[in-house]
Design a protein around this ligand. Sequence first.
Ligand code: FAD
Length: 600
Amino acid sequence: MTGKFYSKENLHFLLHHVFPLKDLCERKMFSHHTVENFDMMLEAADALSVNHLRPILVEMDRNPPYLENGKIKVHPKMRSLMKTFGEDGWISMSAPAEFGGQQVPFTMLQAVEFIMAAANYSSMAFPFLTNGAAHLIESFATDELKQTFIPKMYAGEWQGTMALTEPQAGSSLSDIVTSTVPTSEGHYLIKGQKIFISCGDHDACDNIVHLMLARIEGAPAGTKGISLFIVPQKRVNKNGELVANDVSTAGLFHKMGYHGAPIAHLMIGEKNDCHGYLVGEAHKGLSYMFQMMNEARIGVGLQATSIATAAYYNSLEYANVRLQGRKLTDKDPAKPQIPIIEHADVKRLLLFQKSIVEGSLALAMQASRYYDLWYSGEGEEKENNFLLLELLTPVVKSYPAEMSILTTSAALQCFGGYGFTKEYLAELFFRETRIHTLHEGTTAIHGMDLLGRKVMQQNGKATMLLVQEVMRDMETAKQFDVLKPYCDILGKKLMKLQEVTMHLMGNAQSKGAEVFLSDASLYLELFGILCVSWQWIKQVTVAEQLKQSNNKEYSAEFLQSKHLALQYYFEYELPKTEGLFTRLKSSNHLTVEAKAGEIV
Ligand SMILES: Cc1cc2nc3c(=O)[nH]c(=O)nc-3n(C[C@H](O)[C@H](O)[C@H](O)COP(=O)(O)OP(=O)(O)OC[C@H]3O[C@@H](n4cnc5c(N)ncnc54)[C@H](O)[C@@H]3O)c2cc1C
């Protein structure tokens, strides 16, 4: 097996033609870049992944972090890797030059994350969490805090985290109780506990910098009383030395996958000596944290896609070499057995994976582009791209996450009984991707965010903008006869989506919030399928344009395979929306009406 874990050709196709990076280089914010230097960065990310990340994937899985004398130990290579991630500019790549960064577009950051997560998901969690945490400090903290923390974080010497979850406050962040009191010396004293904190303690860095949500004594209840603090594991004293900051590790969670990254249970301020530094204004913490959470949510969808992509190529390779059985039309036992890829059901398992992973990757790139157009834009364009990004974020987070569970399972299925063993990587990918529907908000929370908030935001402006985007892309697609029928189908489905949305809004008015949002996860699934259908039309339009212009960058097989995947998606996945439409329009609200005691 060659160990191919992603397709360079596909990533190039997306970044050069479907969502051209060239356009971004024409914007002032990114004008110091060229597509050539982006290509060099992608090559460097590939080399790091092939030579350093992928070779320790299995080792990291088989040797998970452990707790020794109150300190979490991780794979020994992570220390030198963090140094490399820092020194070679991977952690700071999206930061402005004043912080030593290269100010690359978010799309590039995501492309690099995609490659590294496909190689070894756990290992890339360390640098990219640090990137998000440092970016949060960059956006909202004082200059003094920026100077203290950002250089060390971007250098890979200090780890960044996001510390939200508490035992009683998982999905419900309004129930956070970690408390803080101001002191006359400018810092706050913090007390509480945080659980499930990714990279919350380990020995690959000299310090851990928690971006922590907590409540200032006397703050209003609920989300309006939450503030954001920097809470380092070690603080810098007056002499510039690092000293313990009363943050201790009470435990380490033993997970089903994603073994290489430690998830810590932290006790904060048990000795009443934990200093925290307020970021921005008091009580606005959750709104600041949303910057990191929203970036991380696009990242989660993308990382699910990365793992699913690695599983796809792994199973594709196996399906081409594993010989088993003969064609139904040719059962002669004297004839040699055929590769399993010749069987229709194995082709189905592979096309299912391809149509979802390439569709999800395109959707993640679409959201990343909205991010860049918002971040580098001005006026109405900026505002519209922000709305589009906001609307797509729960979809980009959740659809790939949910589907990657099914596609990695399909990959495993291709291996038959061997898929259930540790002989191959299929079982690892299946375990590895399971986290993505859970962290950064469960699918249920994102469903409610989409239907309950985003769809009708500003009287439905974001939804209207998205429909305009899809219609515009379909107009371009209709220049090609081969795409016309698909555009007609998607156009009809969009009308039905509108009907269902109006029906649900009616429920909100007449039957109340509980009925309105009871099937929000299904609405999210429906929305996801329609968005990925759009991305398939968009990709095949570009493939047709490239064929027409006699472009020689891509193999004929590659361009043809885009057609095949589009067909598969429209024949096998899109029809699933009919069941969802029926369910969402039903007046039977059994999940609301059923009493908890009736489910036995
Ligand atoms: C590996 C891993 C890494 C993590 N990393 C971090 C991290 O770095 N930082 C951090 O702060 N947290 C982290 N988390 C925590 C993660 O974000 C939470 O686990 C997640 O938000 C869910 O919270 P919970 O586990 O308390 O589940 P609960 O909130 O108890 O949810 C349990 C179930 O109930 C459902 N549910 C809950 N409320 C509702 C509702 N109102 N309506 C409908 N359904 C509902 C959920 O969808 C879910 O199915 C991590 C978790 C894991 C497992």
